[in-house]
Structure formats: structure tokens, C-alpha cells
Design a protein around this ligand. Structure first.
Ligand code: GUN
Length: 299
């Protein structure tokens, strides 16, 4: 039976470090790190995520501001707000919650965020830095950065000689995850919906990362014995066994079967999920530290 990787605990460790370093920063006479979260519209899931980001920021000792804009906000007004946040010296991190309403060009919005405040790591400058291995000054997207910390807990920082397979090629998870694994000396393959014989490819993986958004797609017999399995998926599925109309959360990996083969595996919930918010706090602290001319904190 695999080791179950406790993402809640690792996330809590990260948050404790952020709190301690924030207190040090403030004790040294610097302003508290400031995080601005912008949400457009009333998507219930987005509202829950945004509220928990604000709560965690306050817990870390940050200045936390939320801008809630109506769904019919014009792109020009949103860009104007981002311009103001870019110019606001009390703000170190800007996060615009995605998805945005259809009439707004998300790409344009993301590229308007000042790269040094882009704590999501979505700006071309940060994507390019990650791609070229400039990790000292890059902001790395929170979910893959958090997944990487979980992998390091199991395998250490140097992954030389290990084969990694990332299933999913999104800009938010799959591609940055592949770059992080490459920077840690893995041999990396990125698989996706057009990949031939995915089960056979997955079986070559010492590190298998699932980020496809398809409930329990990755089966136990796709997992190499002893592999480290990181499940990024969070899918809500019907759970009639819990009663009429009830649901439960599952990952992209069929957990029980995969746990029979894996050396270590993340659960859903309680694996990668809590890491995403923790790394957002870490990125915001990094931004404030760099602005203050201090060394980059590491996690
Ligand atoms: N929506 C879902 N995940 C994310 C994320 O990591 N960042 C932002 N900005 N929006 C999201």
C-alpha cells in the first residue's frame, strides 16, 4: 500500500513559513505583503476559491483586498483596475480569478498584470523565465509549484534519472509542470487526449502527474510499481450511495486501485488542492521580499 501524501500538512508547513517570514519582514520595517484578488461575475465555485484566498492571506498577516466586479464589467474597466493595482505600491500580488466572462479577453487581461506582481505566473515573462530555467526570478503557477513540493517531499530535489509523465497540456498545470520536472532533471513526456497508448506510456512513469479533469481516468494498471502519483484533478461526481442528489469529489486517478501499485500518492481531496492556495501565499511573500531587496525565500 502506498504512502498517502498529506497535502494539507505540507500546505500548512508552507503557510507557517510564510507567516514567520511575513512577521520578520514587518519587524524589519517593511510593509506587510499585499494581495489583490479580482473576481468578475458570480460563478459560485470562483466565489468560494476567492473567499478562501482572502482568508488565508489575512491569516498570513498580509494586506488582503478583493475587487468584486459585476459580470457585465467592460474589458476596458477591468484593464483600468489592473493598471491601478500595478501602480499601487501596497500591492505585491495581483490575481484575476479565471474564467472571466466571455466578452473579456483573458489573455489580454493576464498580459496587463505587471510581471513582478503576477503571482499566478501566467504572464509571458514568467512563462518564459520558467521555460528557460530562470527560476530565481520567475513566478511559477501555484498548482504545479505546489505539486512539485509534494514530489520533493517523496523524492528529494534532484530527480535525475527518473521518468516523468504529465497527463494534460494546459498552460495552467501541464506545461509548467513539465518545465519544473525538466528543471529538476527528470526525463519528461507530456501526454494528452491525442496520445497513442496512454496506459503503456503511463506505466513508464516513475512520477505520474494527472491533470486532465476526467474523473478516475487513470486506472491502477496504468501505474508502475513504486511510482509517485500526483493527482491534480478535482471532479465532482454523483454519489447515490450517500443519498439522492448527493455528490463526492474524485481525482483524475482511480485512487484505491492506483494506491495498490504506487509508492506514494496524493488523495483527493487533501492532496494538491490545499497546496495551490499555500503557494499563492508563498508567491506573494516572494514578490514582497524581492521588492524589499531581500533574498528570495525558498519553500
Ligand atoms: N481558476 C482556477 N484556477 C485558477 C488559478 O490558479 N488562478 C486563477 N487566477 N484562476 C483560476
Amino acid at each position: 500500500m502506498a504512502e498517502i501524501i498529506d497535502g494539507k500538512q505540507v500546505a500548512e508547513d508552507v503557510v507557517q513559513t510564510v507567516k514567520r517570514l511575513t512577521a520578520d519582514l514587518v519587524a524589519a520595517g517593511q510593509p506587510a505583503p499585499g494581495l489583490a484578488v479580482v473576481i468578475v461575475g458570480e460563478d459560485p465555485a470562483s466565489q468560494v476559491y476567492v473567499a478562501s484566498k482572502g482568508k488565508k492571506a489575512k491569516e498570513c498577516g498580509f494586506k488582503s483586498v478583493q475587487h468584486t466586479l459585476p459580470a457585465d464589467t467592460s474589458e476596458a474597466d477591468l484593464l483600468k483596475l489592473i493598471g491601478e493595482l500595478n501602480a499601487d505600491a501596497s500591492i505585491d500580488g495581483i490575481l484575476v480569478q479565471l474564467p472571466l466572462p466571455g466578452h473579456i479577453d483573458s489573455g489580454k487581461v493576464i498580459q496587463t498584470i505587471a510581471p513582478e506582481k503576477d503571482v499566478d505566473g501566467f504572464h509571458f515573462i514568467n512563462v518564459g523565465k520558467l521555460g528557460t530555467g530562470e527560476l530565481e526570478t520567475a513566478f511559477v503557477p501555484c498548482t504545479p509549484a505546489g505539486s512539485m513540493l509534494l514530489i520533493e517531499r517523496v523524492r528529494g530535489k534532484d530527480l535525475s534519472g527518473l521518468n516523468a509523465v504529465v497527463v494534460g497540456r494546459s498552460n495552467i498545470v501541464g506545461k509548467p509542470m513539465a518545465n519544473l520536472l525538466l528543471a529538476a532533471n527528470c526525463t519528461v513526456t507530456v501526454a494528452h487526449s491525442r496520445t497513442k497508448d496512454l496506459p503503456a506510456l503511463a506505466r513508464t512513469a516513475d512520477i505520474l502527474v494527472a491533470a486532465v479533469g476526467r474523473p478516475e481516468m487513470i486506472k491502477g494498471d496504468w501505474v508502475k510499481k513504486g511510482a509517485t502519483v500526483i493527482d491534480v484533478g478535482i471532479n465532482r461526481v454523483p454519489a447515490p450511495e450517500k443519498g439522492e442528489g448527493k455528490t463526492r469529489l474524485v481525482g483524475d486517478v482511480a485512487f484505491a486501485e492506483a494506491a495498490e501499485k504506487a509508492g506514494a500518492i496524493t488523495p483527493v481531496p487533501g492532496g494538491v488542492g490545499p497546496m495551490t492556495i499555500a503557494l499563492l501565499m508563498a508567491n506573494t511573500l516572494v514578490s514582497a521580499s524581492l521588492k524589499a531587496g531581500l533574498p528570495r525565500p525558498s519553500f
